[in-house]
Design a protein around this ligand. Structure first.
Ligand SMILES: *[C@@H]1O[C@H](CO)[C@@H](O)[C@H](O)[C@H]1NC(C)=O
Ligand SMILES: *[C@@H]1O[C@H](CO)[C@@H](O)[C@H](O)[C@H]1NC(C)=O
Length: 346
């Protein structure tokens, strides 16, 4: 006889397969490990527990993504009032806090409750859009070196620790409106370029003159008539999720390897976007690179993009598999932290 728990898990699992079914029709999966993602996600839904320090205090975040993350977390069933059952501990930090005040917050946590010292902060996380720097003080040092930091994407240079830290999928206001994808998706341009999002003005000047590219001041639904959407890693990437949603395959121009991509532990980014080194970028090189993608490969990339785009959506309230849930999933993957030996209090 299956126990009620088994049945609940079975039910949840079936539900999940149903949810994923429309996704799996794409010939290539966007996930690094589709099976592990599915089973581990279900496991997270039923088991993940987070203790929030000072949960009754108002929290003042800076960016929309931070604010939605916080509100969704507080609204969710992941939050527990019993720290003994928690997998991770959330330290809310207001965006206006100075380094000194952040140090005070950590010192307070460490003296009030035993959990910080148990791992020196390694099973703790905080959200800070612009990230915090290194401080010499012990509290700041442990927070920065051990705790999981969630920043906005891209993370400011030097403020991101690969494999430990996480970036928030960018928030774009158009995530919240129904973007109309035209039924007859006729491709007229090779690339869509948002002037504001590209750093290299010489490149923009050349692109404007080229009829294969559509250069506009902001994102419009005309991006749906382009095969590729151009982004600059150091520019405005907030609409990358929207581009993916409508099947405009992102091309990211960058001068260095990118280690802070959102959902980097989950998605096969190499199959989703094209990365182009800044030094190679002129119109000829760009056309050559984009032109080298044959129709088959292009359709695959487009399918993968559209499938993965749901993980870039911010919803209120949060929906299965959206940005909030994928952030939770990435935290879940990081919950097995080193527990330092218990000291006296136990
Ligand atoms: C889509 O529109 C283009 C012109 O805009 C037309 O040539 C083509 O036949 C249309 N395709 C379909 C499937 O309606
Ligand atoms: C919190 O939950 C309520 C009730 O389900 C919902 O109306 C609200 O939009 C949610 N807020 C967020 C930020 O998810």
């Amino acid at each position: 006889m299956p126990s009620p728990t088994d049945l609940r898990l079975y039910f949840r699992f079936t539900l999940l397969l149903l949810l994923l079914a429309p996704l799996s029709s794409a010939s290539v999966s966007p996930y690094l490990s589709p099976w592990m993602f599915t089973s581990s996600y279900v496991h997270m839904l039923g088991n993940f527990k987070i203790f929030v320090y000072n949960s009754d205090k108002r929290f003042n975040p800076k960016s929309s993504a931070e604010s939605l993350f916080h509100a969704s977390l507080m609204n969710s069933s992941f939050v527990t009032r019993d720290p003994e059952t928690a997998d991770l501990f959330f330290v809310p930090l207001d965006s206006y806090l100075s380094m000194r005040s952040i140090s005070h917050v950590v010192r307070h946590i460490r003296t009030e409750l035993p959990y910080w010292d148990r791992t020196l902060g390694a099973d703790h996380f905080y959200v800070s859009c612009s990230g915090i720097g290194y401080g010499s003080d012990r509290n700041l040092l442990e927070l920065k070196k051990n705790s999981i930091q969630i920043t906005c994407f891209p993370a400011p240079e030097g403020k991101f620790v690969p494999h430990k830290d996480i970036t928030l999928p960018p928030f774009s206001t158009s995530h919240l409106v129904e973007l109309q994808v035209p039924k007859n998706h006729s491709i007229k341009y090779l690339g869509f370029v948002n002037r504001g999002a590209l750093k290299t003005t010489e490149l923009i000047d050349e692109l404007v003159k080229d009829p294969d590219f559509l250069v506009e001041w902001e994102m419009t639904d005309r991006l749906t008539s382009s095969k590729f959407c151009l982004f600059d890693y150091e520019g405005d990437v907030s609409w990358i999720g929207v581009a993916m949603q409508v099947g405009c395959v992102p091309v990211v121009i960058t001068s260095r390897p990118i280690q802070d991509l959102p959902l980097i532990d989950v998605l096969r980014w190499q199959e989703i976007v094209m990365f182009i080194g800044r030094s190679q970028v002129g119109v000829m090189e760009l056309k050559q690179a984009l032109g080298s993608v044959n129709e088959d490969l292009y359709r695959k990339m487009q399918g993968v993009c559209m499938t993965a785009s749901r993980h870039f959506m911010w919803n209120k309230p949060a929906q299965p598999f959206d940005s909030f849930h994928l952030l939770m999933y990435q935290l879940w993957l990081r919950r097995h932290t080193i527990r330092y030996a218990r000291r006296g209090w136990a």
